[in-house]
Write a protein that binds this ligand. Structure first.
Ligand code: FRU
Length: 628
């Protein structure tokens, strides 16, 4: 049976007397639309003189409907949107064609009695004012919607481009697009429109970008060429290319995509990282291929030849390899000794459960990566639980700058925010140093972040006697939860030297040096909201890749402590960045980085130092209030 229901935007209703006939209202309206419902799960929304957006009501814990702007073009793509059935959690904007006389939106798999039909509305604006109390102040977040991996990081003409895995139609994983933000200083980010949208070939999964200085691909010298995985049930995971001639604002997808498919039909074959290998004047592409990385080469970015593979049996076993990167750096700053680091993100495999980033140090001869260490040696780029899919900017000269996604697949979809989900961890500069025969990477926040310091509290040196806490109360008046702490601690005879970051209602993060176990520990068990997943209704299993279903199984893993190795030195330096819902610690010049999410009900505003068994001394302590 076919029924037609008239619906109107709020504005339109206000301008229309109730007694006016429907037909008059319909034709008089610029913003009205009609719903043509066929059967129970197919609806056409007919819109005349469309506004900029159809605002779609979303209910996060319901199944996905399919929403498509029907233009008759074979490129028309269904987007999976959790249209509200019982109640609306929030709205997402669905863009309508500018200047068109009419638009038709087809919606499938959403029953006739769903509340979304009454609540959807047309609007020329979409309010992105922040609604989340945990939204960081100085970490990059999407304005709204879901974000995971950083993608296509590239520096060009004074701008850092941060593309990212993005769902503009809800704050859980789905509809992968490349969102886009740009910065001149790695600190202030401007949100730009989506750069690459999900299409009929598939989701736009992770990848990389290069500046094609020598015009090897023929799109013009200096064009940005980006590589991504197109992922769908139909085509599997295949590597595709797109280029931009307007400094990364808009992209044209290559008409002959894909440029690379797996030679053995591998299911997990994704996240292409492309870089220029100068000694042989060729491009290299690394693709994560299940539990290894595959290396390819090309002269023109379009035609790729298989060269080698690395990783089988290396590092934590077994784990899915994702999001590769590979960088060359001088060891201890000595330009005559350079090593390659192959960055391998693994999921699961993290020491503390879920996702994490490991790396392998070795040599690359243009064809093959050879690791310096035995397969069982594991080197972590970060020792926390919320550091993943970390990749580096291309075209930054001597600097290597990495950007992590600050979450973990175990619970990323259910963290207690709603307007947006997930931030990036701070951009980090990578360097290499040796210790004995081993080479490691040091990870430090980029120096540009010092511009965030707005107020400084310099605390004179003090001793912390065994079992007598020293409190630094009220870090700042009007503290809104964004600050940096730098300290140098002489551990003396202490067995555990540490401090708690505490708020007014007793929630705290415990950060300490365990001098017997030789560990730096960050404990978030009492950090605030830690049980957010417990009462949530599991999302339906239809979620792609089972990611969302997995989140539910693992949620108890949030309340825990993470640890990293501590050198036997008598003095240690710590740099700690706190921003609403995250704590990032950099120990001893970046030898250990540790990134963890926390959700305190009030900002931490006090430091409680303590020492066990003997005293320790805080040689220096600087606290900075941070703001953009
Ligand atoms: C890593 C990852 C990538 C994939 C993307 C999909 O977090 O699984 O391997 O391209 O997320 O969103």
């Amino acid at each position: 049976m076919k029924t037609t229901i008239l619906n109107n935007s709020k504005n339109f209703l206000m301008g229309c007397a109730v007694s006016v006939s429907l037909a008059a209202c319909q034709s008089a309206s610029k913003e009205g639309f009609t719903l043509e419902q066929q059967g129970d799960t197919l609806t056409f929304v007919h819109i005349t003189n469309p506004a900029k957006y159809l605002l779609l009501p979303v209910e996060e814990h319901t199944g996905e409907g399919q929403v498509c702007l029907v233009t008759g073009n074979p490129a028309d793509t269904d987007m999976d949107i959790r249209l509200a059935k019982k109640e609306t959690d929030y709205f997402v904007p669905f863009e309508l064609p500018a200047g068109a006389k009419e638009a038709v939106v087809r919606i499938r798999k959403t029953p006739k009695d769903a509340v979304c039909w009454k609540e959807m509305k047309l609007s020329d604006t979409f309010d992105t004012t922040n609604r989340d109390k945990f939204r960081p102040l100085y970490h990059h977040t999407p304005l709204y919607g879901w974000m995971n991996d950083a993608n296509g990081l590239v520096y060009k003409d004074g701008e850092y481009h941060l593309y990212f895995q993005y769902n503009p139609y809800g704050s859980v994983w789905g509809n992968m697009h490349w969102g886009h933000s740009v910065s001149r200083d790695l600190v202030h980010w401007e949100h730009l429109p989506v750069a690459l949208a999900r299409d009929t070939m598939g989701h736009i999964f992770s990848g990389s970008s290069v500046v094609d200085k020598d015009n090897t691909a023929g799109y013009g010298a200096g064009s940005i060429v980006s590589f991504y995985t197109s992922a769908s049930d139909k085509n599997g995971q295949i590597q595709c290319m797109a280029h931009s001639n307007d400094n990364g604002r808009t992209f044209t997808k290559y008409e002959k995509n894909p440029v690379l498919t797996p030679f053995d039909g591998l299911k997990d074959f994704r996240d292409p990282k492309v870089f220029w290998y100068a000694p042989e004047e060729k491009w290299v592409m690394i693709v994560s291929a299940d539990k290894e990385m595959r290396f390819y080469s090309s002269r023109d970015l379009k035609d790729w030849t298989y060269m080698s593979a690395f990783g089988d049996g290396y590092g934590v076993q077994p784990s899915q390899f994702e999001c590769p990167d590979m960088v060359q750096l001088p060891v201890n700053g000595d330009l005559n000794i350079k090593k390659w680091a192959l960055i391998v993100n693994i999921n699961p495999g993290c020491l503390f459960g879920g996702s994490a980033t490991q790396y392998f140090i070795g040599d690359f001869d243009g064809t093959k990566f050879v690791c310096d260490t035995k397969p069982e040696v594991v080197k972590w780029m970060d020792w926390g639980k919320d550091h993943y899919a970390t990749v580096c900017f291309s075209n930054t000269g001597d600097r290597v700058i990495a950007v992590p996604w600050m979450s973990n697949w175990q619970y990323a979809n259910i963290i207690p925010t709603q307007q947006y989900r997930s931030a990036n961890a701070l951009p980090r500069e990578l360097t290499m140093y040796s210790e004995g025969k081993e080479v490691y990477m040091a990870v430090n926040p980029v120096r540009e972040l010092e511009s965030l310091r707005k107020e400084t509290r310099e605390i004179p040196a003090f001793t912390v006697e065994a079992n007598k806490a020293v409190s630094i109360d009220t870090l700042f008046a009007g503290n809104d939860g964004a600050f940096e702490i730098n300290m140098n601690v002489a551990t003396g005879k202490s067995s555990i030297a540490g401090f708690q970051l505490v708020n007014g209602i007793g929630e705290y993060v415990d950060i300490y040096l365990d001098l017997n176990a030789k560990k730096l520990v960050m404990d978030r068990v009492h950090s605030g909201i830690v049980d957010f997943g417990k009462n949530s209704v599991p999302h339906e299993k239809e979620a792609h890749d089972n990611r969302i279903a997995n989140s539910i199984n693992y949620v108890d893993d949030f309340a825990l402590a993470t640890w990293g190795p501590l050198s036997p030195a008598q003095e240690h330096t710590l740099r700690i960045f706190v921003d609403k819902c995250s704590v990032e610690v950099f120990l001893d010049g970046g030898k250990v980085a540790m990134t963890n999410l926390v959700f305190p009900n009030e900002p931490y505003n006090c430091l409680n130092f303590y020492s066990k068994d003997g005293s320790c001394r805080v040689n220096s302590l600087n606290i900075y209030k941070l703001a953009l």
